[in-house]
Design a protein around this ligand. Sequence first.
Ligand SMILES: [Zn+2]
Length: 462
Amino acid sequence: MSILIKNGTVITAQDNYVADVYIEKDRITTIGADLKIAADRIIDAKGKYVIPGGIDVHTHLDMPFGGTTSSDDFETGTRAAAFGGTTCLIDFAIQAKGTKMRDALDLWWKKGENRATIDYGLHMIVTDLPDAHLEDMNDMVREGVTSFKLFMAYPGVLMVDDATIFKAMRQTAQNGALVCMHAENGSVIDVIVRKTLAEGKTAPIYHGLSRPTTAEGEAVNRAIALAEMAGAPVYIVHLSSNDALQKVAEARDRGIPAYAETCPQYLFLSIEDLERPNFEGAKYVFTPPLREKWHQDKLWEGLRTNNLQVVSTDHCPFCFKEQKEMGKDDFTKIPNGGPGIENRLQLLFDGGVNKKRLSVNRWVELVSTTPAKMFGLFPRKGTIAVGSDADIVIWDPNVEHVISAQTHHMRVDYSMFEGFKVKGNAETVLSRGEIIVDNGKFFGKAGRGQFLKRDTYAGAWK
Ligand SMILES: [Zn+2]
């Protein structure tokens, strides 16, 4: 199968030019002006952008949490991603305490195979790390799992101590992987949460009020200090507040390889959403929590100045009915997470490019190119170039779309961005040279997505 995309405006992190893109089987083989090559299919992209498919490096599909499981599996989640122009994601396998990471990898491979409709990689969440198991991390790296996530929050469940974080970072200093940190001071938050509940405060808003921005700033600072001592880079996941951003900025000013992502929810929503009536605030319960509105401008500024390098979603959907409702009388029992895998490119394009906060090249860089570089997928993914995978989105910058649970493809009964009007949406989506979405119809198949072995010493090291 060969495809010729004609007359589109190719947008990469660097360039912006009108050209034809020729795809043979799963790769881009020729890019040029007015190509005269026979193809099985010709797509006219005049007036549209031709961009590398989005890469979402933070998703939780089919993930157990607090006695339930996130409502999208690898089939429904990757399909929804594709509709929104995301052609690759990196999900998280979770090492159960006292077990080998290999067991978790096997389990998550089973969740992905026969279901994923786009290519995917896995990070490994480390929950304990006795010295005898340090070699486990090298085992994962050999399998292409070249990033590890550790939690400074959720004591008794996922939280690890500083020694464990430091050991993991030292190991990555030797094997070229990257440590990703959930940075919130979980021990302090736990004390505040207990006190809050003891005072009879059980509504969703108390989820936000019991997790102060200072707890995030402190943990980010500590994570960066540990990385500095270990001689390794560090990547802060879902950074939500100015306090945390300032810690990253300070470190970067000193030349420390500290990196961070934020997510659309922190750019577009705020703590008031947790106060919605009829328990609807539960739809916005995730960690870190939503912040006061003024943080949004600071995060946009961080995206502009490159103190934030990536926008991911932390997609972790739980239905309002039956799942979020588990916490009706106790905010600590509300499953933590929200849906967003489908809307990342739309929101960033509308709020970033249309609102003149970001150039169109910076948009591509934040949602595709830097994620690929940071996590060892570049230049196979993350750009439009000869030899790269034909993961391509034909983006219509002028089409208007209203985000709604009525029309979205995520398997969840609400949208965090219900009623948001956005301009710009994916029209045609190719994954390794196959058209999987075209004009609102899905043509992909469950199981066609491949597990990606990722490189070591990727962007964070350079
Ligand atoms: Zn997450």
